[in-house]
Design a protein around this ligand. Sequence first.
Ligand SMILES: NC(=O)C1=CN([C@@H]2O[C@H](COP(=O)(O)OP(=O)(O)OC[C@H]3O[C@@H](n4cnc5c(N)ncnc54)[C@H](O)[C@@H]3O)[C@@H](O)[C@H]2O)C=CC1
Ligand SMILES: CC(=O)C(=O)O
Length: 376
Amino acid sequence: MIIGVPKEIKNNENRVAITPAGVLAFTQAGHTVLIESGAGRGSGFTDDDYKEAGAMLRPHAAQVWKEAEMVMKVKEPMREEYCFFRKGLILFTYLHLAAEPFLTEALVKNEVVAIAYETVEVNGTLPLLTPMSEVAGRMASQIGAQLLEKTKGGKGILLSGVPGVKRGKVTIIGGGIVGTNAAKIAIGLGAEVTMIDVNPDRLRQLDDTYKSDITTLMSNSLNITEAVADADLVIGAVLIPGAKAPKLVTDEMVQRMAPGSVVVDVAIDQGGIVATADRVTTHDQPTYEKYGVVHYAVGNMPGAVPRTSTIALTNVTIPYALQIANKGLKKALLENEALKKGLNVAERYVIYEAVARDLGYEVASFEQVFCMEKVM
Ligand SMILES: NC(=O)C1=CN([C@@H]2O[C@H](COP(=O)(O)OP(=O)(O)OC[C@H]3O[C@@H](n4cnc5c(N)ncnc54)[C@H](O)[C@@H]3O)[C@@H](O)[C@H]2O)C=CC1
Ligand SMILES: CC(=O)C(=O)O
């Protein structure tokens, strides 16, 4: 198979979908890897590193998209990339389609086979989302702590406090991978941490893990209202796989926060859980203020630490991509239930149920599409 890796073009997105080690894995299996020149630079990989591993370089993204049978990316394609979509092209990347109606329409219309990293699922876990959630969760507390500084628009508190001065309060909504990683750093910084989740078993696990370092609360409107009003820093970390994020923090709840408080809505890539996080921000301009509260809503947080993130991401994506290349799409999907869950769009159909529901498409089952036996 011919695998293409274009340079990421989202604002300050310095990750790349393949490392030289990944190239070697493909070429050793007899595949061809095309890489846009400079694609790895932001992650510290030179064109020569890729060439030595057996990749072929292409000066322009258009050539990579056109020649490749499967394009691997990190972020969802930007509008400038939609013109490269074509029937039967396999696209393997983060997609977050429930929050991307125009992208979904472009993929459907052009009959792209789109497999989303974030919905590949093994026993209820999301192995291709996990490493980036680990990065973003850790970053969320780190960034939130900085934004609480006066010079960054915050209320001017140090999360750890100092002897004789009380600590800052962090409320984390969603106790999954982002939430637990945010908690680790917030606890390490010395903050008073409250974690809210809707799953009682999850709350039990969190209590067992962090013991008296955190307070756990069941997710309901009253608990969220109180914990948000009381917090210096709120971190949004809820996920319903594939679906648009539920707006759990209302406009009124944000209005009740003290001026200079901070919201970091990590779940913004699925639309965000905070009503006032009504736009996706970029690393160039990561924050805005609403009701005196600093909002951070960057949709590609791990892009700011590309070396760590690229290696962590490709460690988990390459084995799946290799299965597609080695077996062909149809066989790979049929033999791997986890990968099959990643299939969001194929043959003009939306296959992932939550995406179809949120965007108003009729859902087609994998079997329906598979039986048509055209592209696959
Ligand atoms: N902005 C960025 O750069 C990045 C964003 N993310 C996003 O962060 C979000 C969280 O991801 P993960 O932690 O990996 O997901 P996860 O699936 O590990 O955790 C989600 C948690 O939300 C909980 N939850 C579901 N409904 C809830 C409700 N009504 N109230 C409270 N909790 C509820 C679940 O029980 C689960 O514990 C996702 O949208 C993910 O795409 C991840 C990485 C980078
Ligand atoms: C998960 C995701 O969208 C990211 O890492 O950018």
